[in-house]
Design a protein around this ligand. Structure first.
Ligand SMILES: [Zn+2]
Length: 201
């Protein structure tokens, strides 16, 4: 299956913010173009578990990386595909430790988070050749964070006029297959980042 990234649709990105009258349109303020991401309704309407999924990922070992779509884990942070992406290749960079504020991270953890974010942007650019990237952190629910209690950085590839997503994507049921295909495409590019990787993509 070819990688479908350049067909990614224009998006407002972000988490859990319902736009007025638009039935769950989601956006982040740093993006100007409206995004139509119907499968995001699954996330918005789904019951949220009591535990922290980012802490679960932090505890995962390499045998669970492919299933969880974790591309690489370092001492202080990891890169995982956003399960409810606004574009193909939408990544999250997550500190290992459960903290909601940047200043709650130690200098070492903050360095580790940003270094991994930097490395991930390089790998993503090589993998999908986007026209640009949105990189950002939503701190707090008012800022659009869906999982505000465990901070994380978003990296979203963008293309000029990216208004058309893969035609099949309107059906939320295709997302698991889409994520698996995206993971397999990105996996070799992230092998260059020192850290732990999935045994098999
Ligand atoms: Zn957590």
């Amino acid at each position: 299956m070819p990688f479908l990234g350049p067909d990614a649709f224009g998006a407002r990105l972000g988490e859990g913010h319902s736009g007025p009258g638009l039935g769950g349109e989601c956006y982040l303020a740093i993006v100007n173009q409206p995004l139509w991401a119907p499968w995001r309704m699954e996330y918005i309407l789904s019951p949220k578990s009591a535990g922290c999924v980012f802490c679960d990922y932090a505890k995962a070992d390499e045998s669970a990386f492919a299933e969880s779509h974790i591309l690489v884990a370092t001492e202080h942070a990891y890169v995982v595909l956003n399960k409810y992406p606004f574009a193909a290749g939408h990544l999250l960079v997550v500190p290992m430790r459960h903290q909601s504020a940047l200043d709650a991270l130690s200098d070492e953890e903050a360095d580790g988070l940003f270094r991994l974010t930097r490395a991930a942007t390089t790998c993503l650019q090589r993998a999908v050749s986007p026209g640009g990237l949105n990189v950002g952190v939503n701190l707090g629910r008012a800022a659009g964070a869906g999982i505000a209690e465990h901070l994380h950085a978003h990296i979203v590839p963008r293309w000029d006029g990216d208004t058309n997503f893969m035609p099949v994507i309107a059906d939320v049921r295709v997302m698991p297959q889409h994520l698996a295909a995206t993971f397999r495409h990105l996996y070799p590019f992230f092998a260059s980042i020192p850290g732990r990787h999935a045994k098999e993509p």
